[in-house]
Design a protein around this ligand. Sequence first.
Ligand code: FMN
Length: 201
Amino acid sequence: MSKVLYIKANIKPEGKSRTYSISDEFINEYKKNNPNDEVITLDLYKEGIDFLRGEDLSVVFGPKNEESRNHKVLKYAYQFKEADKYVIAAPMWNLSIPAILKAYIDYISVTGITFKYTAEGPVGLCEGKKALFVSSRGGDYSNAITSNFEMEERYLRTIFAFFGIKDFKTIIAENVDVQGIDVDRIVNEAKDKSDKLAKEF
Ligand SMILES: Cc1cc2nc3c(=O)[nH]c(=O)nc-3n(C[C@H](O)[C@H](O)[C@H](O)COP(=O)(O)O)c2cc1C
């Protein structure tokens, strides 16, 4: 039985968010294919994820013990570490991820939990886990020139690799804000990909 952490980072609610329409499709199909797995939904806005504050640093870099498990920052790092699979749903905002998702990553990047420092440099502590990133974007970042501006998927893929998670898949609906484009077709294609991937994720 696997534990799936479904991380949601959008101010738009279900029913309005194109990203969530794709990621929810994936989660529903995944549940059908894996009825015994546990899916934990973590909506970062509902959770009220804050910025890392000065007073948090001593805990983030301090000893990791039973007491630290319930700390308001560290509890997210422990929860992340305890999951086997991750589904991250976020739209592209200003070429990158919404700030609340970056704030969450600052919460879970904790030495001694998700990575550690060694004489050879940092080493991820989440090896063997897998991730899926679901997003939608107003424009197209898939060609040789525009892909240089894309700091959403590239950042998440890199920070997940830093945690030791190399199996990082993506389902991204691009061009959804282009005037006259058939948005439903683009979103439905992404949903079809979700249905297929949900069978083997
Ligand atoms: C604050 C904000 C910033 C955005 N920045 C970009 C951007 O840099 N590039 C882009 O292609 N689309 C951008 N968009 C458009 C969204 O990525 C696009 O509409 C997406 O489908 C929204 O997903 P949602 O329906 O799940 O909220 C931005 C939208 C918002 C609200």
